[in-house]
Design a protein around this ligand. Structure first.
Ligand code: UDP
Length: 476
């Protein structure tokens, strides 16, 4: 009798810790809990050591391989990050086709091709080769719904979306202001705008979406989306989240953890803007002064300032080779010594959020950070910077979810001044609104645990999709 073969899943991950980290989690679960073998394909372009380390400890049955570097030197120097990523994705399609073709011809075959949320252009290659194809959407369903809506937005409006008079009502979502949509649809004149329309249309080639969300977080959106996919408007969405890295224990000797061990329970606000979030020099100074004035204990992951690009840190240290702490206001480190800890560039975030000393999180609202905060029961002060982070902030601070507070920026939206930082941080840590957000975060923590419990909804949703791939194996 023929051996029962394991489905072989090929997963294409776009660069950036926020993409590689959940992709690695998905690959692990498919291998460990669903009997799959997995090949993770990454990009050489735009990769950093940080991304590589996320892929360093994958279980058996997960293999990684990288597409070769392609030149994007012809792009204008001011091309936005999305343009760079989409260009790399398109230019490596021939290499991807060769790779997928050779895997298809190998004894394992390919049961399914999964592409990251930023690479749906690759679905065409899988379609051409007749391979079942899915999008692994590492952000939330509201974000997916908004990106599916961009072709309609482009077709039915003429102004920039921030000037739309009415809020945008996506299926089952909290109303969104045009200005809260993702960065690359904000400016119709930017060359990335038509690429976003293509992205929205490319998603429709998928057989389904595996979304990093769960019922308690996006209940109404999941219901509304299902109605649309039942009607054939969209491919079906499977809520396979939340993907949150487990605490590794490796961080035990880390400076941050050692320092947190000496702080009282719930007393520290953790400040971090994801892997790419970057503040201007002025905002860095205001945040420092505000943290100091708040008189709260803090742990701050400090990046090099950039006055041009709020995602400047995404692919490295932006050419700096000194210490980002030297860009903090004069005397700040000395004055806050003991009550505050500033660390350069990176902290073991999941361990930090789960430390009993941490009671609040000033966050850029990257989706991984949001899920990690919720899984740790920590309320958020929402400080979105780029990508879909404004949208996430709207959702997290909405009445429905309610785990986040929002600080007020100056009228022109550019800077959150020190007084506001101080007041908002105090409110988060000890005010009434902060307490309500903490209660909500603890409720969602339980829901997140339920969703990802062994055999729970997350497991079942993945099992349902893997079941389809296994049926493909049984075909003659
Ligand atoms: N992260 C971390 N330490 C840091 C900054 C980020 O461990 O100092 C991790 C964080 O835990 C999360 C990921 O990097 O898993 C960032 O993903 P997110 O979606 O929050 O934001 P992005 O980096 O994509 O903007």
């Amino acid at each position: 009798a023929p051996l029962v073969q394991a489905p072989h899943v090929v997963l294409l991950a776009s660069p950036g810790a926020g993409h590689v980290v959940p992709a690695a989690e998905l690959a692990s679960r498919l291998a460990v809990h669903h009997g799959c073998t997995v090949t993770v394909i990454t990009y050489t372009n735009l990769s950093t050591a940080r991304h590589a380390s996320a892929l360093a400890s994958l279980p058996r049955h997960v293999t990684t391989t990288a597409l070769p570097e392609v030149s994007v030197d012809d792009l204008p120097a001011d091309a936005c990050i999305e343009t760079r990523i989409f260009t790399v994705v398109r230019r490596t399609l021939p290499q991807l086709r060769d790779l997928l073709g050779s895997l298809l011809g190998s004894p394992t075959g390919v049961s399914a091709f999964l592409t990251d949320m930023l690479c749906p252009a690759a679905l065409a290659v899988a379609a051409e080769l007749g391979v079942p194809r899915y999008v692994f959407f590492s952000s939330n369903l509201m974000c997916l719904a908004s990106l599916l809506y961009t072709p309609t937005l482009a077709r039915t409006t003429t102004c920039d979306c921030r000037d739309l008079p009415e809020p945008i009502l996506l299926p089952g979502c909290v109303p969104l202001h045009g200005a809260d949509l993702v960065d690359p649809v904000q400016d119709r004149a930017n060359p990335v705008y038509p690429l976003m329309t293509e992205l929205g249309l490319d998603y429709l080639r998928a057989d389904g979406f595996l979304v990093n969300t769960f019922d308690a977080m996006e209940d109404e959106t999941l219901v509304a989306f299902k109605q649309l996919s039942d009607k054939g408007v969209y491919p079906p969405a499977y809520a396979v989240g939340p993907f949150v890295q487990p605490c590794s224990g490796e961080a035990a000797n880390d400076t941050c953890i050692g320092w947190l061990d000496d702080q009282p329970d719930g007393s520290v606000v953790y400040v971090c803007f994801g892997s790419g979030g970057t503040l201007s020099s002025e905002q860095t100074a205001e945040l420092a002064a505000g943290l100091e004035a708040s008189k709260q204990r803090f742990l701050w992951v400090v990046r090099f300032p950039s006055n041009k690009d709020r995602s400047a840190s995404y692919f490295g240290t932006t050419g700096h080779d000194d210490d980002p702490l030297t860009y903090l206001p004069v005397g700040f480190l000395k004055r806050t010594k003991g009550t505050g800890l500033a660390v350069p560039l990176w902290a073991p975030q999941v361990e930090v959020l789960n430390h009993p000393a941490v009671g609040g999180f000033v966050s850029h609202c990257g989706w991984n950070s949001a899920l990690e905060a919720v899984a740790a029961g920590v309320p958020i002060l929402a400080w979105p910077l780029f990508a879909e982070q404004r949208m996430n902030a709207v959702m997290l601070s909405s009445e429905r979810v309610g785990v986040a507070l929002r600080p007020n920026a100056r009228d022109d939206g550019s800077v959150v001044p020190r007084e506001e930082v101080a007041a908002a941080v105090r409110e988060l840590m000890s005010g009434e609104k902060g307490t309500a957000a903490r209660t909500k975060a603890c409720e969602l923590r339980l829901a997140s645990e339920t969703a990802s419990a062994p055999g729970g909804p997350q497991h079942q949703a993945l099992a349902a999709v893997v079941g389809k791939w296994k049926q493909g194996l049984a075909k003659p």
